[in-house]
Design a protein around this ligand. Structure first.
Ligand code: FES
Length: 139
């Protein structure tokens, strides 16, 4: 199976790629198999994700699925964002070759980690971590 047009579009023109200054939550995950790493930053206001950015050291499928995932969660509440699965992201891109399915898991996991980070900080009244002490969790 080849990459769909939507996958190629998001790979060539990724949406919301880059870093974010003073994010409210940051999540970083790595894929234990290939070693690729994904980081997602979120800004949250009144329980809604008002902005999201991603940065990846990963393959084209990881870039495309993260780009699509950021598009899907922008403007959603935290609970709505948590309902978005890698399958939904893949489906909205017209599918991925079977060997690339694991790449789509990175975006989902990094997003969940960023939301959890936000919730933890809210509870403890802490500001977000800086880039330096952001740890990679392999999934
Ligand atoms: Fe590692 Fe795609 S091959 S995320």
């Amino acid at each position: 199976m080849e990459y769909t047009e939507q996958v190629m579009d998001h790979f060539m023109n990724p949406r919301n790629m880059g870093e974010m200054e003073n994010p409210d939550g940051v999540g970083t995950v790595g894929n234990a198999k290939c070693g690729d790493i994904m980081r997602i930053y979120i800004k949250v206001e009144d329980n809604v994700i008002t902005d999201v950015k991603f940065k990846t050291f990963g393959c084209g499928a990881a870039i495309a699925t993260s780009s699509k995932a950021t598009e899907l969660v922008k403007g959603k509440t935290l609970d709505e964002a948590l309902q978005i699965t890698n399958k939904m992201v893949m489906d909205s891109l017209g599918g991925l070759p079977p060997v690339k399915v694991h790449c789509s898991v990175l975006a989902e996991e990094a997003l969940h980690a960023a939301i959890q980070d936000y919730k933890d900080r809210l509870e403890k009244g802490e500001k977000p971590a800086s880039e330096e002490d952001e740890e990679v969790r392999y999934v």
